[in-house]
Design a protein around this ligand. Structure first.
Ligand SMILES: Cc1ncc(COP(=O)(O)O)c(C=O)c1O
Length: 395
């Protein structure tokens, strides 16, 4: 854990939230910086970039000389409209959203999309396929079952959701209403490395926990949805990217707020949108752009996840990774220790060192480190160091 840090790098590290304190015991310890940034590995809501929070603080009371917070502005004002449209334009730019798709800002979280997708796209006489790769895809299926005919196109539940199924394991008819996948499984720590070609069946993806973390080809999807609270901003906004022809095909007798058409026709301003959340998403997107865009962020995410997976691979009898290596998530690293007692000691020790959010999801236990875009490399290196030290202590 001991690592000399020159003056320059201390300043850099400080900005990202870590200071190594050598005074306490002669042994270096990771402590929070003067800015009190936690070593935040929460699964969502999750860490946001410090620069974004600082900018939001600067503009909090008086946005751009208006004498108002963004929260106090009319959603019909020119100032807010500019924020709203810039955020949508940044989504298009960073994710490469082509013409022919709508970008929508909705509410109700990804969980409401579990229902809106079948309401809009699952007509009587057709069936929708769901690929089960974890708890969230199970929830999506359950909601669709209330609304129409469904089938399980593939499932890795028997193997405790340790892997993503191969394209050859997924079965669906060419006349299926759509095929639904969960691109990253937040709880089990698995992620689709590539997506199946489902043409002509529309592919729908819940990308709540890996949107904007890596390059995707939006053209592969008829609809993408994501709650904002991992990689995009605060909770309260749900991003939907949907092909216009799908929107137009949906039934018109649904409740107004539950039709994509309503939001597409009104530029997500049919009713009052979550204005502050959309503003924050805009700041996060500008930050991603400033980092070099999605490719640069993906490179860093691979580096970050690589640090933690290396410890797991170097100590396969001590850190028991849940995901099969080819299905590993870049966003959520899940692992267990050999005994519940060691797990408790590991988590208690981590907490004492200033790490936050390393407990596994309450439904599966164990440990989980969520390494979303805003989690700095240095925080991942600190976790790696802690894991290596802990292993040595129990050799
Ligand atoms: C993959 C995935 N889908 C859906 C959800 C539910 O999202 P929300 O709380 O926005 O409804 C989550 C939440 O963690 C998730 O990780």
């Amino acid at each position: 854990m001991t690592r000399e840090i020159g003056r320059k790098s201390v300043l850099e590290v400080r900005r990202s939230g870590i200071v190594k304190d050598k005074r306490a015991s002669g042994k270096e310890q990771t402590i929070m910086s003067q800015g009190k940034r936690a070593l935040n590995f929460n699964a969502g809501p999750a860490a946001l970039p410090l620069e974004v929070l600082e900018q939001a603080r600067e503009e909090f009371v008086d946005f751009g000389g208006t004498g108002m917070s963004v929260m106090e502005m009319s959603h019909r004002s020119k100032t807010y409209e500019a924020i709203h449209n810039e955020t949508a334009a940044l989504v298009r730019e960073l994710l490469g959203v082509p013409e022919g798709y709508d970008v929508l800002f909705l509410q109700g979280g990804a969980s409401l999309q579990f229902a809106m997708v079948p309401m809009n796209f699952l007509p009587k006489g057709k069936a929708a396929g769901y690929v089960l790769t974890g708890s969230w895809s199970e929830k999506a299926l359950k909601e669709a079952q209330r609304l129409g005919e469904t089938f399980v196109a593939a499932s890795t539940k028997d193997g405790h959701y340790r892997r993503i199924p191969g394209a050859e394991e997924i079965s669906f008819g060419k006349d299926s209403a759509y095929l639904h996948v969960t691109s990253n499984n937040t709880i089990y720590g698995t992620e689709w490395a590539s997506f199946p070609d489902t043409d002509p069946v529309p592919l729908v993806a819940d990308m709540s926990s890996d949107i904007l973390s890596r390059k995707i080809d939006v053209r592969q999807f008829a609809l993408i949805y994501a709650g904002a609270q991992k990689n995009l901003g605060p909770s309260g906004v749900t991003l939907v990217i949907v092909r216009k022809d799908m929107v137009e095909r949906a039934p018109e007798d649904l409740p107004t707020m539950l039709q994509y058409r309503t939001h597409a026709k009104n530029n997500s301003l049919y009713n009052t949108p979550p204005t502050f959340g959309i503003y924050m998403m805009g700041l996060v997107l500008k930050w991603v752009k400033g980092q070099g865009g999605v490719e640069a962020v993906e490179r860093r995410n691979r580096e970050k996840a690589g640090l933690i997976y290396k410890v797991i691979d170097d100590n396969p009898d001590f850190y028991l990774g849940h995901a099969e290596p080819t299905s590993r998530s870049l966003m959520n690293v899940t692992f267990r220790l050999p005994t519940p007692e060691l797990e408790k000691e590991f988590l208690d020790g981590a907490k004492a060192e200033g790490f936050v959010g390393l407990n596994g999801h309450r439904s599966v236990g164990g440990c989980r480190a969520s390494l979303y875009n805003a989690v700095p490399v240095e925080h991942c290196a600190a976790l790696r160091d802690y894991m290596v030290e802990f292993r040595k202590k129990h050799a």
